[in-house]
Design a binder for this molecule. Sequence first.
Ligand code: NAD
Ligand code: ZN
Length: 334
Amino acid sequence: MMTHTDCNTLTRHQMSTSHRTVVATLVTQACRATMLLQRRGMFTLGLRMCSGHAATGPKTEAPRPSSNMNDFRRDFAKANHIAIVTGAGIAVASGLPTFRGKHETWRKWKTQDLATPEAFSRVPSRVWEFFHYRRELVMDKKPTAAHYAIAECEARLRARGKDVVVITQCVDDLHLQAGSKRVLKIHGNLMETRCVSCGHVHANRHSPICPALKDTGSPEADVADAQIPVDKLPRCKKSDCHGLLRPNVVFFGETLDSHILTKVEKELEDCDLCLVVGTSSIVYPAAMFGPRVASRGVHVAEFNLSASPKTEYFTYHFSGRCEETLPAALAPLQ
Ligand SMILES: NC(=O)c1ccc[n+]([C@@H]2O[C@H](COP(=O)([O-])OP(=O)(O)OC[C@H]3O[C@@H](n4cnc5c(N)ncnc54)[C@H](O)[C@@H]3O)[C@@H](O)[C@H]2O)c1
Ligand SMILES: [Zn+2]
């Protein structure tokens, strides 16, 4: 069976020329397979393709993205329908770490190996400890200037009959707290639970979410698992159910909600300006949203600390902290 893979990881390996040819072919096939799945609407979190095989097809000679804010502001003034794709970087200034660098692991496990359906069925106590830790981090956080700039822009433009929609990979609720109304949360919400038995989804901001998780979840490598019995983990409140609850987020390897993705598809088709903010553009399917819009000839502007694997597809790239660059970019027009 074809495994989906990351080209960058492969090219770092020591390979003979013949191996490289075989691997390059496999990678291309994996990318094509992924694109086929995407065309069939089967979106799975975490699939990666190399930038040369992104949804826009093989790369052609692309001009370097501009960082001219005046030009961007002219395009912003003309836009009637703006799609803003956000990632974990937008929440960093509020105190929520990304899953990168020293936060790539929790205890001795990679987050990508922990937030999976397999891990949840094998060691639900450990996975709940991890999500309890993430929930407690989110609990007292406030939106950043970037969240507010987006929410204010939406309200301002709505009053003039224009449309702004946020398509976010963030599982916190900072966009909603800031006042954004049109938010499509493609990776779910950390502050919601879903029953594995009856499927009931419930908003839940309890801290701790259940007594047994109190004072657990430390990310330090030498901390032992709490090994909480499964009947003491969060359980469904429906009296006839009492099933195990899970965080209502999309685990790595899981399929994204097709209803939300249908709405995302429409926004990506309809928008006449797209912003890609604080995302590494390596987690699929969100990584292809910007390039897809760009392939229609629509301007896409990236706001990130540094270039991403998708920067070359975009009209604009604004380097720096989005809590500084975005308020200036979305400020009211004179
Ligand atoms: N706040 C959250 O909800 C949260 C936090 C961590 C991880 N996640 C999950 O992790 C996955 C990772 O994908 P991702 O692309 O969203 O995040 P990512 O961690 O892969 O990438 C974060 C990006 O943000 C950039 N960045 C960091 N600080 C920034 C700043 N101040 N201004 C602008 N850019 C900044 C980094 O350069 C990086 O490219 C997603 O599935 C997401 O759901 C979510
Ligand atoms: Zn239930």
